[in-house]
Design a protein around this ligand. Structure first.
Ligand SMILES: [Mg+2]
Length: 301
């Protein structure tokens, strides 16, 4: 039995993942507010509404392009990122500038390749937005990985950023498999098999070795939890955390948020991966606290 591969089935899965991503992003970003630090320790929710950030805004573009083109069209994706770019949503400075220049008519191919002295960005931005694409391709994890690779280039051309996106998409595709989510071991083994040799891949193998560690803070200290906002400092821990709690959104969220780091992004990745699966949706009361999606975002068919 394979996952529903009709366009409507794919869109419904992608939208479910997008919802999980937005809750992780919006609630996670609440814990950058110092007054909310004590709540995090006690696993108590801050008062709403919770505003989403760049992770959700870009993920809406990913799903919009899939809904319109049924694959990633890089020019359409770059255009959507640029047109919908809201400077106040917490983008990094390099992407803020890039998207402004694209909006003014610049060529994303040249601008994205030129970032960071021609090395391209290795930030976690291509990974943070991509889980819904994995959900879309839950019937075909290899295609998820391939389309995620293509999706990274408009903003992130460093190999690590690209592989980070591939890994998150692969995880979301595997988590969305019919018959329920795989075991933690099977999820990470499956992702490792789908991504090329890289620092992200090495981190994922380490994450696989640490699945039975009881203390997330220790694991985060080893793998990184986004403090440097690089793909390789973000993706291995996020997928470790997602793998350990597939099917339990609340547990996955709190475990991820409590170690700190780039909390909106690690929680966006974890939330998007979990909600790709039928049993990993965020609680309804949490969804209600999240600000509405932008009016141009894709909706159910
Ligand atoms: Mg963000």
């Amino acid at each position: 039995m394979t996952a529903d591969s009709s366009s409507d089935g794919r869109l419904e899965r992608a939208l479910a993942s997008l919802r999980g991503l937005a809750v992780g992003d919006a609630l996670g970003s609440q814990f950058f507010v110092p007054a909310n630090y004590p709540l995090l320790k006690r696993r108590e929710l801050p008062p709403g509404p919770w505003q989403w950030t760049d992770d959700t805004e870009m993920a809406c573009s990913v799903v919009a392009v899939l809904a319109a083109h049924h694959r990633i069209d890089q020019d359409a994706l770059a255009r959507s990122f640029a047109e919908h770019h809201d400077f106040d949503r917490g983008y990094g400075p390099a992407v803020n500038r890039l998207l402004r220049l694209v909006r003014e008519g610049g060529d994303w191919r040249e601008l994205s390749a030129a970032l960071f002295n021609g090395q391209g960005s290795w930030g976690n931005g291509a990974a943070m937005r991509i889980a819904p694409l994995g959900a879309w391709y839950a019937d075909d994890p290899e295609q998820a990985t391939h389309q995620a690779e293509i999706s990274a280039y408009p903003t992130h051309q460093h190999r690590e950023a690209v592989v980070g996106a591939m890994a998150v998409a692969a995880a979301a595709a595997l988590a969305g498999a019919p018959g329920g989510p795989p075991s933690a071991e099977a999820l990470l083994d499956g992702v490792i098999a789908l991504v090329p040799k890289s620092a992200v891949g090495a981190g994922l193998r380490r994450a696989r070795d640490m699945l039975d560690y009881g203390d997330p803070a220790t694991v985060a200290a080893v793998l990184g939890c986004g403090r440097r906002t690089t793909a390789h400092d973000t993706v291995p821990f996020a997928l470790w955390s997602a793998a350990r709690a597939l099917g339990d959104y609340e547990e996955a969220f709190w475990t991820t948020a409590q170690v700190g780091g780039d909390v909106d992004t690690t929680c966006a990745i974890v939330g998007g991966v979990l909600a790709s699966g039928k049993t990993g949706s965020p609680p309804g009361a949490w969804v209600e606290q999240v600000e509405a999606f932008p009016d141009w975002a894709p909706a159910s068919a």
